[in-house]
Design a protein around this ligand. Structure first.
Ligand SMILES: Nc1ncnc2c1ncn2[C@@H]1O[C@H](COP(=O)(O)OP(=O)(O)OP(=O)(O)O)[C@@H](O)[C@H]1O
Ligand SMILES: O=P(O)(O)OC[C@H]1O[C@H](OP(=O)(O)OP(=O)(O)O)[C@H](O)[C@@H]1O
Ligand SMILES: [Mg+2]
Length: 289
């Protein structure tokens, strides 16, 4: 009997913004993990993997060194740490951008305005690269958090930090000026991953793709008078084409299909106008594409 390969070592953030959605995603992939807050290393119960709970900013180094085979990490951290890792899959959560901001009302007609200025940031490498590309000489002031306070306490003229809703900038009297990069959570793989673990990773990626595909879709069922079926089905997408089944009541059919979340309301309104009734919308757990 062939030996079971060593488990895939998955690095996730120990605590912070990425943790809950990372664990939820693995769970939706059918991978059960004991809560490892104190344990720091936890085996998966029904998949050949183990989870390493690490500091977010340390994960790129662990991936490069092959201490972790893969990690769930923000692209922004991966870029900032300048470590060797392959982005295998974008995960669609923790979307944010690394931006430059200045106090509201500051005169700013392009990045040239930053020449000779002091910029506070927790992302010195990303900022340095951006300024170099733009030919701007500025003083980078590295701080590890609460960056948005820096202009208010006279520490800097501008900041470079993550922005999502923009509410932290707003509350601190700052205005977003330029975007340096856009980021979301990704699966990153080690250059040292071996073939056996790469095969486990392929299995995991297949499951994640099925979960992510399903998140954007709804399964929709409706009753349609038979003389309207053609009009209704013309409006509908489907994995192949809509399913049409006869109802017990003569003259009516049940039509089933899959609709993308962003087209959903538009299509539903048109379906009702065309004569569809009793429309049911059901979430899809997994979608094998
Ligand atoms: N406001 C936000 N909206 C969406 N995603 C965000 C936001 N802030 C951060 N992120 C994403 O979540 C990741 C983790 O952020 P978090 O604040 O939990 O850790 P951190 O303080 O950046 O890291 P460390 O543990 O190294 O101190 C970031 O690298 C980024 O990819
Ligand atoms: O645009 P917004 O939606 O307001 O989000 C942006 C804020 O979120 C992050 O901080 P976080 O809350 O993670 O705090 P931290 O500095 O302790 O990591 C980031 O560093 C910004 O300060
Ligand atoms: Mg943060």
């Amino acid at each position: 009997m062939p030996a079971t390969p060593a488990p895939l070592r998955i690095a996730v953030q120990k605590s912070g913004r990425l943790l809950d959605e990372s664990i939820e995603l693995l769970k939706e992939c059918g991978i059960k993990i004991d809560n490892g807050r104190d344990q720091l290393k936890a085996p998966a119960r029904n998949f050949n993997a183990e989870v390493l709970y690490l500091r977010n900013s340390d994960i790129p180094q662990y991936i490069q060194d092959g201490v972790a085979d893969i990690g769930i990490i923000g692209e922004n951290t991966l870029i900032e740490k300048e470590k060797d890792a392959e982005v295998v899959l974008k995960l669609g959560f923790s979307k944010c951008r690394l931006s430059l901001a200045t106090p509201r009302g500051t005169k700013y007609e392009g990045v040239q305005a930053l020449n000779g200025q002091r910029i506070a940031t927790s992302y010195p490498n990303s900022l340095r690269g951006f300024l170099k590309k733009k030919g701007i000489e500025a003083e980078i002031h590295e701080i590890s958090g609460s960056v948005e306070i820096a202009p208010n306490i006279g520490l800097a003229d501008a900041i470079c930090d993550l922005v999502s809703t923009g509410s932290t900038l707003f509350k601190n009297g700052l205005e977003e000026q330029d975007i340096i990069l856009k980021s979301e959570a990704v699966i990153a793989a080690s250059p040292k991953i071996d073939d056996a673990r790469r095969a486990i990773l392929d299995q995991l990626v297949f499951r994640i793709k099925s979960v992510l595909a399903a998140r954007n879709q709804k399964y929709v069922l409706m009753n349609v008078p038979n003389d309207r079926i053609q009009e209704v089905t013309a409006l509908l997408p489907g994995m192949r084409s809509p399913t049409v089944l006869p109802l017990a009541e003569a003259g009516w059919s049940s039509v089933h299909t899959v609709i993308t979340e962003d087209r959903f309301w538009d299509i539903i309104d048109r379906l009702r106008a065309t004569g569809a009734e009793g429309i049911l919308v059901v979430p899809i757990a997994k979608m094998i594409v």
